[in-house]
Design a protein around this ligand. Structure first.
Ligand code: ADP
Ligand code: MG
Length: 219
């Protein structure tokens, strides 16, 4: 069952990737043809071509995250420390957007058997989404706690735009995005990584009030 589920996700992804990557390639090809035939200013073609190539790179780098788990090894790591590293990394972007990030660890130790770089990527994705949901600034609260004796809970609570209830189910689908420059891959890739760690991701959201993404990991 797991194998056939993986195959169907691979198929869904492959179809999505083909579509998403064809668009920027078509545009690059079009501008190359224009450049071959025109005698006018070509600077704008270069700008568009380089931004389309950046887009291809962004899509591929997010997808690569999915391909990595097979090759990497897990080790016991303190999740609060990983989280604090990521928050420090995201601080400049948060400050720029008037977002205050507050980490509250309600437990002393949060050691999980994990692939550190992958969890970092997950935290970056959720923090980025929270910042992007608060264009006028606000507070992002991150709580680390135990949801049971053998489970760790991480809650990312923002005061952002929220997600309409009927769209919450779309979040796990590849390429679903409401942002002009979004890829719609961050959430799906993050959920997959947490599931590969035998954990879960839950969404609680209220339109115009905010969103909580809760990650649960076995300890
Ligand atoms: P992207 O950020 O590139 O759009 P994601 O997979 O990270 O792709 O997110 C998909 C969509 O889910 C976003 O476009 C946004 O509409 C919604 N979303 C995710 N996180 C949040 C959040 N914290 N608040 C509001 N909307 C969110
Ligand atoms: Mg995102």
């Amino acid at each position: 069952m797991i194998k056939s589920e993986k195959l169907s996700i691979a198929g869904e992804l492959a179809a999505g990737i083909a579509h998403e990557i064809r668009n920027p390639i078509t545009s690059i090809k079009g501008f190359l043809q224009l450049m071959q035939s025109s005698e006018y200013e070509k600077e704008i073609y270069f700008d568009i071509m380089s931004s389309e190539i950046n887009r291809i790179e962004l899509i591929l780098s997010e997808l690569l995250m999915l391909a990595k788990p097979q090759a990497t090894q897990t080790a016991p790591r303190d999740v609060t420390m990983i989280l604090e590293d990521v928050v420090a990394l995201m601080q400049p972007e948060a400050i720029l957007k008037n977002v205050h990030i507050q980490v509250m660890a309600e437990i002393e130790q949060a050691v999980v058997d994990c692939e550190e770089n992958q969890l970092k990527q997950v935290f970056i994705n959720f923090i980025k989404n929270a910042i992007e949901a608060m264009p006028d600034g606000g507070v992002l609260n991150i709580i680390v706690t135990n949801s049971s004796s053998n489970e760790l809970s991480l809650q990312f609570t923002d005061q952002g735009c929220g997600i309409p209830e009927e769209l919450i189910s779309k979040l796990g689908q590849p390429f679903y995005t409401t942002k002009e420059k979004g890829t719609g891959l961050g959430f799906m890739v993050s959920k997959r990584i947490i599931e590969n760690h035998h954990g879960t991701v839950d969404i609680h959201s209220k339109l115009n009030e905010g969103t909580t993404i809760e990650v649960k990991l076995p300890i």
